[in-house]
Each structure stands twice: as structure tokens, then as C-alpha cells.
Design a protein around this ligand. Structure first.
Ligand SMILES: [Zn+2]
Length: 213
């Protein structure tokens, strides 16, 4: 695995012609020796083997016109994590949606952090900070807005799509990539949340001090 241009294709046969069961195959797809210039897709026949009756049957897969079907990959090497998740549909759904959940959170928090900046300045204006110009208080009063901006930056970075080259197309390599991506989102989202909370506490203190005068 890891050959140049090769990838794994998960192919699901809903009803096997021999045993009527559902089978999942991992097919190894490689680059065609004579690739077309404008690559589209093509439907090609593949010889599959029923794992229960050991009888072969023909299936059809859609691959790129600059690709070719090489062989059936080791189903146990490629299918492990998917099979485990499939046993528990709730777990599978959780795994599928976890990235989206974090992105939704970052999106909401990005809006909240961005909105915090003008709101903060509006309240400062209402409390008439301009009357107390000069000194460190004026500068410190703007600090929560700066924290909001930094929080917004962290949430924006967390959502940024990243281009990665996946040389190894095995399920294990995909799981590793998924893990590092989710960890990166979590790290940035945690930074963003901390900055947002610091900004909120700072804004509260600034308002309390100004109102107390
Ligand atoms: Zn079968």
C-alpha cells in the first residue's frame, strides 16, 4: 500500500446474488497507464467473490477515467474500523457527525466573538469613556475587544480546511489523519473559548469599574 496514485474504494453490495447477504469490499484502484487529459468518470465491471459461498459474481464500480481497477484489497486490513463502528449505529453516527459538531460550535463562537467587538465599544461609548481620556484606563478598556478579535481568529483557523496529501490510503492512515485533524480543531477551539471567556470577564470588569466611578 502507499504506491503512487493508488487508493482504496469501499464498495458495498447490498444483496449478494449467491447468499443474498450484504457484503463490503475494499477495492484497490490505481492510475491508468494511459490517462485521459480531461478526466471524468467511467463505470467498470469488477469480479467479486462472495466471502460466504466463495462463488464469484460481477459488480460494477464508478472510478475516474484515468484510473483502473487493480484488485480486491485485504478486507480485514481495510475494513477494520468501519466494521467496528457498524456494529453500533449510534457510535457510527457519532463518529460521522463529530467533526461537524465541532465546526458548528466554531461557527457559532466565531459569530459571537466578532459581535463582541462592536458591542464592547458601543457599551464603552454609552458609559462615556471619552470623558476620561488618557492614562492606562482608556487603553485597558479596549483590551477585551482585542481578546475577542484573537478569539475570532482562533475559531476561524479551526474551521480552515487543510490540504493534505494522503500517500497511504489504508483505513489506519485515514484514522490517523482524522485524529490529528480533530485534535487540531479541539486545540484551536479551546484557545478561542479561553480568549472569549477572558474577553467577557475583562469587559465585565471594565464596565463595573466605569459604572462604579
Ligand atoms: Zn454472498
Amino acid at each position: 500500500m502507499g504506491e503512487q496514485g493508488q487508493r482504496l474504494l469501499q464498495h458495498l453490495v447490498p444483496e449478494c446474488p449467491h447468499c443474498a447477504h450484504r457484503h463490503r469490499f475494499a477495492l484497490l484502484i490505481g492510475p491508468d497507464n494511459e490517462p485521459l487529459l480531461f478526466a471524468g468518470t467511467q463505470e467498470v465491471p469488477v469480479q467479486l467473490v462472495c466471502p460466504e459461498t466463495r462463488q464469484s459474481f460481477e459488480g460494477r464500480i464508478t472510478i475516474g477515467s484515468n484510473e483502473q481497477f487493480l484488485r480486491i484489497a485485504d478486507p480485514f486490513a481495510a475494513d477494520h474500523s468501519f466494521a467496528a463502528a457498524e456494529a453500533d449505529p449510534e457510535l457510527a453516527e457519532w463518529i460521522r457527525s463529530s467533526r461537524q459538531t465541532s465546526t458548528e460550535y466554531c461557527k457559532t463562537m466565531l459569530t459571537a466573538s466578532s459581535a463582541g467587538v462592536p458591542v464592547h465599544f458601543a457599551v464603552l461609548q454609552y458609559l462615556d469613556i471619552s470623558g476620561r481620556t488618557g492614562g492606562w484606563t482608556t487603553r485597558a478598556a479596549a483590551l477585551p475587544a482585542l481578546l475577542y478579535v484573537l478569539a475570532a481568529a482562533a475559531f476561524a483557523l479551526a474551521q480552515r480546511p487543510r490540504l493534505v496529501q494522503l500517500a497511504d490510503t489504508s483505513a489506519a492512515a485515514f484514522a490517523t489523519l482524522r485524529r490529528t485533524t480533530l485534535r487540531r480543531i479541539d486545540r484551536l477551539a479551546r484557545w478561542g473559548t479561553t480568549l472569549f471567556l477572558l474577553g467577557s470577564v475583562g469587559a465585565f470588569l471594565v464596565f463595573a469599574i466605569l459604572l462604579g466611578r
